[in-house]
Design a binder for this molecule. Structure first.
Ligand SMILES: Nc1ncnc2c1ncn2[C@@H]1O[C@H](COP(=O)(O)OP(=O)(O)O)[C@@H](O)[C@H]1O
Ligand SMILES: [Mg+2]
Length: 210
């Protein structure tokens, strides 16, 4: 058993995962919590190298199962080199995306099946599932609009609208399946409100561990 708390951030593209989780990290840090912020591949050299292959827009021949396996491999290395040591050290680990992203993107977006992708990821993460997951719930249109404004697109961002609709459907399934660890926050609101609601949610999660 680890001593820290493993909290992941999930939700459709443009819901605000990166913006909100970084702000929450700043706030918790300032309040003196032992917290780290990370995201796959987490600055881990092996995981970075794997991610470059996945996200390279030239790799149009990438098979869906290859993609799923590479994500899981990158995730494993990030978990082993960064997340688990931080948890063993008693840290609150805030992670921008984790296994649920694969369940939604590869499981439903790519049509591999949530069950199969979960099973395959089990080999990578063993029993290290998140203790809690903040799900930033945004309408499909609002999320897409924000992504357009953000720019900087990778191979998955460039997928057709149908793919992103499937991913959104996948996340709905993930929310139902893991309702015990998933905390939903309305992410359609103004950024400051989303941050405030996420902060309240994080406090609720942390209370379970004192
Ligand atoms: N609640 C919000 N209201 C308006 N804009 C937002 C909100 N949350 C995020 N954004 C903006 O939308 C874009 C996508 O946010 P980002 O954090 O990158 O989303 P994600 O990491 O979930 O894809 C960014 O330009 C960000 O500044
Ligand atoms: Mg992001």
């Amino acid at each position: 058993m680890h001593k820290g708390i493993f909290i992941t951030f999930e939700g459709n593209d443009g819901c605000g995962k990166t913006t909100v989780s970084r702000r929450i990290y700043d706030i918790l840090k300032q309040q003196g919590y032992p917290v780290i912020y990370t995201r796959e591949p987490g600055g881990i050299s092996i995981a970075e190298q794997i991610r470059e292959i996945i996200l390279n827009p030239d790799n149009t021949a990438m098979d869906a199962r290859t993609e799923a396996l590479l994500y899981a491999a990158s995730r494993r290395q990030h978990l082993i080199e960064k997340i688990l040591p931080a948890l063993a050290d008693g840290k609150i680990v805030l992670c921008d995306r984790f296994i649920d992203s694969s369940l939604a993107y590869q499981g439903v977006g790519r049509g591999l099946g949530i069950e199969e992708v979960l099973h395959m990821n089990g080999f990578a993460v063993e029993d290290h599932m998140p203790d809690a997951t903040v799900f930033l719930d945004v309408s499909f249109e609002t999320g897409m609009k924000r992504v357009q404004l953000r720019g900087n697109k990778d191979r998955l961002d460039n997928e057709a609208k149908e793919f992103h609709l499937l991913v959104a459907k996948g996340y709905e399934e993930v929310k139902r399946r893991f309702a015990d660890r998933i905390y939903c926050v309305d992410a359609n609101d103004a950024l400051d409100d989303v941050i405030a609601h996420t902060y309240e949610t994080i406090m609720e999660i942390l209370k379970r561990y004192v």
